[in-house]
Design a protein around this ligand. Structure first.
Ligand code: FAS
Ligand code: PHB
Length: 390
């Protein structure tokens, strides 16, 4: 088998890159370890930056997003039992975010890829990368127990934090930076109307909470929990009671409860691997960086990398120039680190850190009061939340 760009991973990064390249006439093959249903079954991100929406549109996959996506011109901060709205649109000359689940983005991209007849090999096992430090990289894998070989010009490692691509980089060629947070997020998905039409981020002395949604009839909620917490310890009722306790009175009164469709705990970490290019291997998405979801940046950063990498590869094949691929790592990382900072800052501001004591909690409250009383401070939060320019 031969192609121009071999993509490892059919998550948002791999699928979006594949779609942008195929529309530019560049042939790709995606190798995905899991089944399509398994990939679609993972409940993850929910908020798209305007730049991500524009990229999905450039990929020709925004039809359903335009109809079902929920544009949000504001976001709410709740602390001391009071809720304050940050007017994103007013503070960013009209920019908004769109609430549209990662599952739906992935589904739209999968369907577009299949309709274009582009090849995705699901349940590809034992992926092994070879020769990306030379002109003719090769990817080996098993399909149905049969050994296969994919020759290509370039490999895009889009296989997530636990993927094989970053692990394939020679020892010492990679530098990593990491911060692991002493808590996790217990998430619950339910077919109940949202407690509020916009998101609410809560700083409560017993822990962070977030009210989000997937549609006017499907809600997504999160509670800060211990890093070693077990989801089995949380009945639906316990979750709803604790969430109600952390919300402001109006949201608590508006909270509609119901049976959980999904309940899971995600660990929180900040992580960056540098650089993002090794000869003819490029890293894009969670394979290269992880952010705590407090800033709603994970999926959007995957799209950011894909913006730069797709442009670079289209320039290479279209104009024979390697300027873009030579600059990819530096350009992508410049935006990655700004989103890492914002995600770390939102996490530090909104979560309960027992080790920081009462003084630490008062500093958080002082910063929150400053944010909701200073246009300059609110504008800084707003321009990062809607997404800095590419
Ligand atoms: P992904 O991990 O989505 O996709 C990588 C793909 O590669 C997967 O399909 C995997 O099966 C495949 N793969 C792995 N190893 C392979 C191999 N060896 N061979 C072939 N394929 C392989 N972001 C937010 O913005 N908001 C959130 O609320 C949020 N919640 C999250 C909750 C959890 C539990 C997790 C893990 C992440 C969350 N994220 C959130 C971040 C998430 O949305 C990621 O940023 C996003 O999925 C990144 O997309 P990809 O880079 O494509 O990686
Ligand atoms: C979500 O809807 O899953 C979501 C929204 C905003 C975040 C994190 C997760 O910051």
């Amino acid at each position: 088998m031969r192609t121009q760009v071999a993509i490892i991973g059919a998550g948002p990064a791999g699928l979006l890159l594949g779609q942008l390249l195929q529309r530019a006439g560049i042939e790709t093959v995606i190798l995905e370890r899991r089944s399509a249903d398994y990939v679609l079954g993972r409940i993850r991100a929910g908020v798209l930056e305007q730049g991500t929406v524009e990229l999905i549109a450039r990929a020709g996959c925004d039809a359903r997003l335009r109809v079902e996506g929920l544009p949000h011109a504001g976001v709410n901060l709740c602390f001391g039992g009071r809720r304050h709205r940050i007017d994103l649109a007013a503070l960013t000359a009209g920019k908004e975010v769109v609430v549209y689940g990662q599952t739906e983005v992935t589904r739209d991209l999968m369907e577009a890829r299949a309709a274009a007849g582009a090849r995705t090999v699901y349940e590809a096992a034992g992926v092994h990368l070879e020769g990306f430090d030379r002109a003719r990289p090769v990817v080996h894998f098993l399909k149905g127990g049969i050994a296969q070989t994919l020759e290509c010009d370039f490999i895009a490692g889009c296989d997530g934090f636990y993927g094989v691509s970053r692990q394939s980089v020679p020892e010492g060629a990679l530098e990593t930076f990491e911060r692991v947070y002493p808590f996790g997020w217990l998430g619950l998905l339910a077919d109940v109307p949202p407690a509020n039409e916009e998101l609410i981020y809560v700083n409560h002395e017993d822990g962070f909470a977030l009210c989000s949604m997937r549609s006017p009839t499907r809600s997504r909620y999160y509670l800060q929990c211990a890093a070693d917490e077990k989801v089995e310890n949380w009945s639906d009722q316990r979750f709803w009671d604790e969430l109600r306790r952390r919300l402001d009175p109006e949201a608590a009164a508006a909270l509609v409860t119901g049976p959980a469709l999904e309940k899971s705990i995600a660990p929180l970490r900040s992580f960056v691997a540098e650089p993002l290019r090794f000869g003819r291997l490029f890293l894009a998405g969670d394979v290269a960086h992880i952010v705590p979801p407090t800033g709603a940046k994970g999926l959007n950063l995957a799209a950011s990398d894909v913006h730069y990498l797709s442009e670079a590869l289209i320039e290479y094949y279209g104009e024979g120039s390697s300027a873009g691929i030579d600059a990819y790592s530096t350009r992508a990382l410049a935006r990655v680190w700004k989103a890492e900072r914002f995600s770390w800052w939102m996490t530090s501001l909104l979560h309960h850190f027992p080790e920081n004591g009462r003084f630490g909690h008062r500093i958080q409250l002082a910063e929150l009061e400053y944010l909701v009383s200073s246009r300059a401070a609110a504008a800084s939060l707003a321009e990062n939340y809607v997404g800095l320019p590419f």
